[in-house]
Design a protein around this ligand. Sequence first.
Ligand code: NCD
Length: 313
Amino acid sequence: MSIADLDAAEIHRILEHADRHWALASEPIKKLQTLRGRTVINLFNEASTRTRTSFELAAKRLSAEAINIGGAGSSTSKGETLVDTAENLQAMHPDCIVVRHRFGGAAAMLAKAMSCAVINAGDGQHEHPTQALLDAATIRRAKGKLEGLEVAIVGDIAHSRVARSNILCLAKLGARIRLCAPWTLIPRGIELIGGDETRERTRVVTRLEDALDGADVVMMLRVQHERFEGEASRFPNTRELSRTYGLSERSLGFAKPDAIVMHPGPINRGVEMSPQVADGPRAVILQQVSWGVAVRMAVLERAILGDLSEAAA
Ligand code: NCD
């Protein structure tokens, strides 16, 4: 449901397990048998390219059956509630439901009503735990560790479930976090979401230079217009935001010379970052996508088998 459900040791176990699956991606035959005969349903009621495809691929690479439903093609569009949909799906005996929903708390509500495993693939602006895990895996591969790193998270923090899950995850793994946006896009008290653990490790700044100065990792976030619902006045305008907070080759110069650039996708080119940065040598954005498959394989195994040691056997 949330990164808060995991302690640092469990996160490391998932990352180590994902390492093995990462190697599989360069094999000609990419399949394992650990979830053979199991069924995974992807229930996505919000737009998704990377998350849904990678959960589907992850399930298939572990030999599970994977089914995708959601949005316009499902009975949600006929007025069925989320819990009714899920109870009907459960009557078909899946082993796991992966859910993305536009309301925060939707995945937790489902998990209460279901007897099968439920994985949160993004609930409103609340959390996106597997994104934070794949981000941690990407950083760990690029930098060799997470402990002691300075990570700048820049952009629409207010509407970002990616930011919330990353703050929790990075703090647990011993990194330090700078959150950067105009005040109107930084929720008051955001640094307290993980109690003392995040308060001690998170700093809020409003100047891009302060966020980037000496950063090892720069994580840029999309402006999530779809979540604004009547609060457009809190938002400057895209051009102004891009000029003040967009990442260019010049502003990237404030970060460490070997800093990496991340983005959960989808990128709005020319808004969060210039195309030169997005396609440049410091960007690890497509590596994040590759790690998405490996990490979600490990998460599916943990959710369905209950223990990663069984998957390793
Ligand atoms: C993010 C999401 O949906 O929360 N994307 C993703 O899952 N890779 C971020 C976004 O939509 O901007």
